[in-house]
Design a protein around this ligand. Structure first.
Ligand code: ADP
Ligand code: GLC
Length: 474
């Protein structure tokens, strides 16, 4: 099949979270199965230097303005062909969605422009794509435009996070240049506002989301972020496909970012990584208790509010805590203050740091994922692979990925809690600490965790079935 994927992130070009990981891995996994795959991204700051100008220029109508876009091109490290839509006034900026904690005020315009450019580009690519696969609100207008213009493509839309919808002031509808009737219940309007994700859901030929459980959760008022009725209406074309982990990048046996490598049969290297992590973070070496860790965007979704009231209790013991993340300034401030209060035991690193993230997955003993909701949760897959046992809220993809430890029949490899409360999280932490104190038992758990297989090869047939379905093929 010929597939054009488009999104606002793709590792290593642009990444704030798991969306970037998926756009790195999925196209390559599809290509490995023999499909013809390329990706379209905005040409963000710094990408021009890695790309070449194709010479192709396309005109994009955005409201009353007709603006040119240049199409640049490069090859991703994994061999996938990437097209970049270049217009510096929109994308040559110090961030992808915003700067200094605030969204850019013209994000509607930037991503409507980008989506239109993607559609124009798709019309010029030879051989033409059969399927355009859009991801999240930033590209959700693509299926709407394809249908409105009756273009010969089938479209799929993947929802990585229903909480982000691309909901903008109704006036921004003018930027779409769609006929007026599209600003209504059967179009891109939602409660008087322009809602790009809602429009994409209505017009895409297929919708997928990143775990089966999340596909059901978002059909409930409690977890539908206001769009649950729309999701239910479109449920006939919705499929949940659990993401994979790219084990070419996330594998402690081959990870060159680590001071020492390790595997289920040779765990010694993990101890070295643990000491290296504590040293790198300026923490007191060799604690008796576990090294806990978090690598995450610091957003409300991630349940930092469940952890904050527990910090003093947790750190009263001889344990360590490392948190790497950036996001909401209120969480950043509280974590920073707590890390000063517990110097030597708690390190907070407020940055985006790929190398440190690998050392954390490798060097920690337990990984905290108290997310209120989690569509998939790639960090759970990565921590399992590195033998860092997850302590997680049983929600969304986490519930599919992590099996709760049951000592009666020696099954499972993590610690789940079911109520999103600090007390429930605390109980799971206590359980983990108890088993950590028994090294042979903990090592057996680690080995089981490391042997889990969430490779993309398992996820790809799900996408192939969706694509084949909308193309009317078996
Ligand atoms: P989400 O996509 O909701 O952020 P996931 O767990 O699916 O959650 O993916 C998050 C990805 O982003 C993981 O690969 C994680 O390691 C990475 N990540 C998040 N914050 C940071 C950071 N500050 N530095 C490095 N990597 C980070
Ligand atoms: C979103 C979700 C996360 C998921 C990622 C990749 O950012 O929050 O759970 O793993 O997308 O699909």
């Amino acid at each position: 099949m010929k597939i054009l994927l488009t999104a606002s992130e793709m590792d290593p070009f642009a990444r704030t979270g798991g969306l970037g990981d998926v756009l790195e891995a999925l196209p390559a996994a599809l290509a490995a199965r023999g499909h013809e795959v390329s990706v379209v991204l905005p040409c963000y700051r710094g990408l021009r230097e890695r790309a070449r100008d194709t010479g192709v220029k396309i005109a994009v109508q955005i409201g009353g303005r007709r603006l040119q876009a240049e199409i640049w091109e490069c090859t991703a490290p994994n061999g996938v062909q990437v097209f970049l839509v270049r217009r510096d006034e929109y994308f040559d900026r110090p961030g992808f969605y915003g700067a200094e904690g605030r969204d850019f005020p013209d994000n509607a315009e930037r991503f409507i422009y980008f989506s239109k450019a993607v559609v124009e580009l798709a019309r010029r690519v030879v051989p033409p794509a059969e399927i355009i696969h859009a991801h999240d609100w930033q590209t959700a207008l693509v299926p709407v435009l394809v249908r409105e213009r009756r273009l010969p493509f089938k479209t799929a839309l993947t929802i990585h996070n229903l909480a982000f919808q691309g909901s903008f002031d109704g006036w921004d509808f003018g930027l779409t240049n769609l006929p007026g009737e599209y600003f209504g219940a059967k179009g891109v309007e939602f409660f008087g506002r322009l809602n790009l994700l809602k429009g994409g859901m209505l017009f895409a030929d297929a919708i997928t989301t990143v775990s089966e459980r999340y596909s059901r959760e978002i059909q409930t008022p409690a977890q539908g972020s206001g769009l649950d009725a729309v999701v239910r209406e479109q449920a006939h074309k919705l499929t949940g496909i659990l993401n994979g982990a790219d084990y070419r990048i996330w594998n402690p046996a081959t990870d060159t970012r680590l001071p020492e490598r390790f595997s289920p049969d040779a765990l010694a290297g993990k101890k070295a990584c643990r000491e290296a992590l504590l040293a790198a973070c300026g923490l007191t070496p060799s604690p008796r208790g576990p090294v806990f860790a978090i690598v995450s965007r610091l957003a409300e979704q991630k349940g930092i509010d469940l952890l904050l009231p527990l910090l003093d209790r947790l750190l009263a013991d001889d344990v360590r805590l490392v948190i790497l993340g950036e996001g909401d300034p209120a969480y950043e401030r509280e974590l920073f203050i707590a890390s000063k209060r517990h110097a030597g035991r708690f390190a907070f690193r407020q940055s985006m740091d790929e190398t440190l993230s690998h050392l954390i997955y490798a060097g920690a003993d337990a990984f905290l994922i108290p997310s209120h909701f989690e569509p998939c949760g790639l960090s759970a897959m990565y921590s399992l692979k590195y033998g860092t046992l997850p302590i997680a809220h049983a929600t969304g993809g986490l519930f599919e990925t992590i099996q709760d430890y049951d000592p009666t029949n020696e099954s499972g490899h993590g610690f789940l809690f079911f109520d999103a409360t600090p007390e429930a999280l605390w109980d799971a932490i206590i359980r983990a600490k108890r088993y950590f104190a028994d090294p042979p038992q903990w090592q057996a758990l680690m080995r089981r965790a490391m042997r889990c297989d969430f490779s993309w090869a398992k996820a790809v047939p799900g996408y192939e079935a969706v694509y084949a379905g909308i193309l009317g093929r078996k």
